[in-house]
Design a protein around this ligand. Structure first.
Ligand SMILES: *Cc1c(COP(=O)(O)O)cnc(C)c1O
Length: 432
């Protein structure tokens, strides 16, 4: 499949009907476990000397099609589907910093990630360092410490659509023998393939534009297969391990068994198997259906986004707009360099109203849905500091550049004129 182009892979990748009773649409394998047949076969499956399914917590054919398709769309060597975007982030970061260490990140992150990094990770022996000025590449270099295990950033940040010079950051990470892990949720593989620019691990909340219909909670971890886990900093990949015995009972390491896909192998056999946030085959199926229209959906959402931004630029009650394509955005040159097709369909703007008027604005929209999601086929609106980033302190909100008047829009697939008219009447109502 890797010879085919993006739009072919997104509808056909990782699936051969001949291996599934000629079913045209990927079947939902609603089964907890799989008939092994003979005792000797179980030994071969358990020692990974034969490929096959045993139990759906370790792997499932429907989920497997999705994993292969997404790995292929992103140019990765392997992928692991999990039950949510948060599970994907948690498993990837715990796996890389297993046994303790530091993660270097920024202040511009999804609210749930900010909370988890601040409140939970230190309890697992993982400390978090944050870049103050995310436009300053050198700050990444200066902030890497002896026990830093990875750099973690969002390729298009939630909620303000901040961008990064990924190539430069990947270079710094690799000069220091650590991987670059990115959350590519807002971009999707259609707008951006981080592996091309040096990212080692790519994470998705498949809940968002990847599935695109607001009907599933899911996550994916993509392994580029390019990072050298044998460089001495990551014994969890290079030391013999109790679950990786060969047919003779000798322990092997993740690198011995999985070679280039050691990271994905460890995520599956340790984190998915023992921590258990499994993606259900039905949810994998919904994402596969959503993926079939990924390019068409995301492109239309971008077209709509551009029209709505043009309207907001001239709207008197709008104080500022954060969207990388706008003239004067500090991220404009990065949008030009990395996001040729567009910089996503989620962005923020400042509403010139007091708290009461912000509530009134939210209450006055008729078409936009008021909900804490993004990337849906429907357009969504949310007052960020009260909702998606509601757990952040005043100080954290300031560092994340989220003033009280911040409104986030996620633009859907409706007619752009209807969306603009809806915003226009809501502004009027809120300020009346
Ligand atoms: C929503 C989101 C997540 C969390 O994903 P869930 O599927 O809700 O667990 C992580 N990162 C980003 C950028 C998100 O928008």
């Amino acid at each position: 499949m890797s010879n085919y182009k993006f739009d072919t892979i997104k509808v056909r990748g990782g699936y051969n009907p001949k291996e599934h009773n000629d079913a045209v649409s990927v079947p939902i394998y609603a089964t907890a476990s799989f008939e092994v047949g003979e005792a000797e076969r179980f030994d071969r499956l358990a020692s990974l000397s034969e490929e096959g399914f045993i139990y759906s917590r370790l792997g499932n054919p429907t989920v497997s099609v999705l994993e292969n398709r997404i790995a292929s769309l992103d140019g990765g060597i392997a992928a692991v589907g999990v039950a949510s975007g948060m599970a994907a982030i948690t498993y990837a970061l715990l796996a890389v910093a297993e046994g303790g260490g530091r993660i270097l990140t920024t202040h511009q992150l999804y609210g749930g990630t900010v909370d988890a990094l601040k409140k939970l990770y230190p309890k697992f022996g993982i400390q978090i360092d944050r870049i103050e000025d995310d436009n300053d590449i050198e700050e990444f270099r200066k902030s890497i410490k002896e026990d830093t295990k990875a750099i973690f950033i969002e390729t298009i940040s939630n909620p303000n659509a901040a961008l990064y010079d990924l190539e430069a950051i990947a270079k710094i990470a690799h000069e220091n023998n650590i991987p670059l892990i990115v959350d590519n949720t807002f971009a999707t593989p259609y707008l951006f393939n981080p592996i091309k620019y040096g990212a080692d691990i790519v994470i998705y909340s498949a809940t968002k534009a990847l599935s695109g219909h607001g009907n599933v909670i899911a996550g994916v971890i993509v392994d580029s297969g390019k990072f050298n886990w044998a460089n001495g900093r990551y014994p969890q990949f290079s030391e013999p391990y109790f679950t990786l015995k060969d047919l003779e009972g000798n322990e092997r390491s993740y690198i011995d068994v999985f070679k280039e896909s050691a990271f994905a192998g460890k995520i599956r056999l340790d984190y998915l198997t023992y921590f258990g946030a499994v993606l259900s085959p039905f949810d994998a199926y919904l994402i596969l259906i959503g993926l079939e229209t990924l390019s068409e959906r995301v492109q239309k959402q971008i077209n709509n986004t551009r029209k709505i931004i043009d309207y907001l630029k001239n709207e008197e009650s709008v104080a500022w707009i954060n969207y990388p394509e706008i003239e004067g955005s500090p991220y404009k040159f990065l949008a030009d360099k990395y996001f040729a097709k567009g910089a996503g369909s989620t962005f923020t703007f400042g509403f010139k109203g007091n708290t009461e008027q912000i509530y009134k604005l939210i209450n006055s929209v008729k078409l936009f849905s008021y909900q804490a999601n993004v990337g849906d086929a429907r357009s969504l609106i949310v007052n960020v500091p009260k909702t998606t980033h509601g757990e952040l302190t005043e100080e954290q909100l300031k560092l994340a550049r989220i003033p009280q008047e911040t409104i986030r829009l996620s633009i859907g697939l409706e007619d752009s004129e209807d969306l603009i008219n809806d915003l226009r009447q809501a502004f009027k109502e809120a300020l009346s």
